[in-house]
Design a protein around this ligand. Structure first.
Ligand SMILES: [Zn+2]
Ligand SMILES: [Zn+2]
Length: 419
């Protein structure tokens, strides 16, 4: 038995969607029971298509970017020629779930630890409302994306012709955020998430006996100096008003069972996070210079592989402020942070924002026991399903308004969001 959502918001879209909250919640929990890794979202994509069919959307396109699905809904009128995209990610994480509620993962070693089950359900909720009401002038393109968690599913969908087939003018996505109260929305007019790059540094020396280290070129000592030296990039090369992180997170050298064997090589792996291409290029350049010169100083050699994994997620200002207006119409100005601090985390929606105007929002979902994203006790908060769905719907209705629509429904008195 699923009770009504505890969270209230304004507007006809919210009221309409809140009426089928129990079904939306059941749908979300079913996805939670069946988590799937990136590009393996066969069950999930099947459930999405089934739901879209039941909603009566105009077109369903499966298999875009392997397991991606796109639903198309035309408004009551399409004379505006406008087309707006909404994106939800569908994949889960390779981690064990430590929750014990009825809808815990049934797939051992896999868990919806980032709430993408909720993102998918919110977009399905918007699809149902938009297909039933069609109070907009244009075309809504609902993008159910695979493989956000490290697989660059957004890029794969784009490479598979997503925006050629569905030439949207703008695209929006949202992510639940446990650090924010339910009923609040956060956004800003620029950088929301950082670029995430992977660095792999191979240090090669000359192995030998630990008791006769003077006969070796010790890659462990060279590595230690490299680890320390690269910390000077952020403090001494990057301008203090620019943001950057350089973290060496893994190192491998020698054998733990061999206390007297100096290994011949060592490997360091880490990540670089930046917001601007200029800072990213600077960090990459300094990493190369420091690694090779520090290694050379010890008679060793270092090679660095610098891989750009996800670009920075940068909102376009007009679309971001429009999205903030839509959020305000639902939860009221005090519950919308228009100057949200960016996060050094990363998000592959960035690939879509490299191609299209648009915005990425955060939707609060409460701390709920302090389990942040990717925690084994995390769960998506079903109370925010109608709000997230109504926010998606509002982006369509207010972004492509009908000429005859007075939009009075959006000027209703805003009830305070309570959680
Ligand atoms: Zn995640
Ligand atoms: Zn996520």
């Amino acid at each position: 038995m699923i009770a009504a959502p505890r969270l209230q918001a304004s507007g006809r879209a919210f009221a309409h969607i809140a009426a089928f909250y129990p079904e939306l919640t059941a749908f979300r929990r079913d996805l939670h029971v069946h988590p799937e890794l990136g590009f393996e979202e066969v069950y999930t994509a099947g459930r999405v298509q089934e739901a879209l069919r039941a909603c009566g959307v105009d077109e369903i396109h499966a298999g875009i970017g392997k397991t991606g699905v796109v639903g198309v809904i035309r408004g009551r009128s399409t004379t505006s020629g406008r087309m707006i995209g909404l994106r939800a990610d569908m994949d889960a994480l390779p981690m064990r779930e430590d929750n014990d509620f009825a809808w815990r993962s049934a797939n051992d070693g896999l868990m919806h630890g980032c709430g993408h089950d909720g993102h998918t359900a919110m977009l399905v909720g918007a699809a149902r409302y938009l297909a039933e009401t069609r109070n907009f002038d244009g075309t809504a393109v609902l993008i159910f994306q695979p493989g956000e968690e490290g697989f660059a599913g957004a890029r794969v969908m784009i490479e598979d012709g997503l925006f050629d087939r569905f030439p949207v003018q703008s695209v929006y996505a949202m992510h639940n955020w446990p650090g924010m109260p339910a009923g609040t929305v956060g956004i800003n007019r620029g950088a929301m998430m950082a670029a995430a790059d992977r660095i792999t540094i191979e240090i090669t020396g000359k192995g030998g006996h630990g008791a006769h280290a003077y006969l070796t070129v010790d890659p462990v000592v060279a590595s230690a100096h490299i680890i320390t030296a690269v910390q000077s990039i952020v403090s001494r090369n990057v301008r203090p008003i620019d943001a950057a992180v350089v973290s060496i997170c893994a190192m491998q050298a020698g054998d733990l069972g061999a206390m007297s064997v100096v290994p011949g090589s060592a490997t360091l792996v880490g990540t670089v996070r930046t917001f601007s291409a200029r800072v990213q290029a600077l960090v990459e350049q300094r990493l190369g210079e420091l690694c090779s010169s520090v290694a050379a100083g010890f008679g060793a050699t270092a090679t660095i592989r610098y891989e750009r994994i996800y670009p920075a997620t940068i909102n376009t200002a007009p679309e971001a402020m429009f999205a903030a207006d839509v959020a305000e119409s639902l939860v009221g100005a005090p519950n919308v942070d228009r100057n949200m601090e960016p996060s050094m985390g990363a998000e592959d929606f960035s690939f879509m924002l490299q191609k299209k105007a648009g915005a990425y929002l955060r939707i609060g979902q409460d701390a709920r026991g302090g389990a942040f994203l990717h925690n084994s006790r995390y769960d998506f908060n079903d109370d925010i399903l109608p709000l997230g769905a109504a926010l998606h719907a509002g982006l369509i209705e207010q972004g492509m308004p009908l000429a005859t629509d007075t939009s009075a429904a959006f000027s209703a008195t805003v009830a305070p969001a309570t959680a």
